[in-house]
Design a protein around this ligand. Structure first.
Ligand SMILES: Nc1nc2c(ncn2[C@@H]2O[C@H](COP(=O)(O)OP(=O)(O)OP(=O)(O)O)[C@@H](O)[C@H]2O)c(=O)[nH]1
Ligand SMILES: [Mg+2]
Length: 241
């Protein structure tokens, strides 16, 4: 199975080379990576180009003109990965919050599910104890809020470590996805669930970012609070397949 993980980056120069080397240490010869870089001022895009050369094309790079947001980075990345014939398409942050060693478990999960989620909120899953209380509370509350309003049968609806069967993504109207911050994860889960797709949750330990700065901000949180309600009205036409 040809698996491509899409990795959006904005100022991840310290993390990216280490992440790529950790991923390619996995016993997964059919794994490739697609970095979507938004013209990072710290030169992450140039580093990604160097990695593409060093890995003889196992890393591909999509350069965008400026910081256009996580959601659209993933949508463009998914589309490119599908065009290039991937059977499964993953999502992963560049900052080592998502455990590299769980990639094989996500791949195995696709034998029984339409997509897999690396989950902090199922038994065995957890959050970095170094996260400040407010950040943990926000994550827990944000999850409860979105899961309850949308009636989703998923414990970690905001998690960004996922693997989709290409057939699942192909059946989803990706051109209609509007969210740009982390609520993008919620919107994708909601659309998938309306279409009747089933997610498996694999427990993960979510570590705090290793290097670099957080891009989380107030605007992203306001988008999440409002968008969750909007989603209820946006996808009435979607039905189980
Ligand atoms: N291409 C692109 N990548 C982005 C953008 N915003 C965030 N990212 C990347 O998306 C991933 C998740 O963003 P983070 O900043 O780690 O967000 P977070 O995990 O909610 O917050 P922290 O881990 O605390 O920083 C990282 O790999 C970022 O570099 C963006 O606008 N464009
Ligand atoms: Mg992060």
């Amino acid at each position: 199975m040809k698996v491509t993980f899409v990795i959006p980056t904005y100022n991840e120069a310290e993390n990216l080379p280490r992440l790529v080397s950790a991923l390619f240490d996995l016993p997964l010869p059919e794994l490739s990576l697609l970095v979507v870089d938004d013209n990072s001022p710290d030169g992450t895009g140039r580093i990604a180009d160097e990695l593409a050369v060093q890995t003889s094309g196992r890393v591909d790079v999509l350069h965008r003109s400026g910081k256009l947001g996580l959601g659209s980075a993933y949508i463009q990345g998914f589309q490119r990965a599908m065009q290039q014939g991937a059977d499964a398409i993953g999502q992963m942050d560049a900052d080592f919050s998502h455990p590299v060693e769980k990639v094989p478990a996500l791949i195995d999960a696709l034998q029984t599910c339409d997509y897999a989620i690396g989950s902090r909120y199922v038994p065995g899953g957890s959050l970095d104890e170094r996260w400040p209380f407010w950040r943990k509370a926000l994550s827990g509350w944000g999850n409860f809020y979105a899961r309850t309003i949308l009636g989703l049968p998923i414990r970690d609806v905001t998690g960004g470590f996922k693997l989709w069967k290409a057939s699942t993504l192909r059946a989803m109207p990706l051109e209609r996805i509007k969210s740009n911050g982390y609520v993008f994860q919620v919107e994708m889960n909601y659309v998938a669930s309306r279409l009747g797709f089933h997610a498996c949750e694999i427990p993960i330990y979510f570590a705090d970012r290793r290097w670099g700065q957080s891009k989380m901000n107030f605007r992203i949180q306001v988008e999440a609070a409002i968008r969750t309600w909007q989603l209820l009205g946006m996808y009435h036409d979607l039905q189980k397949q």
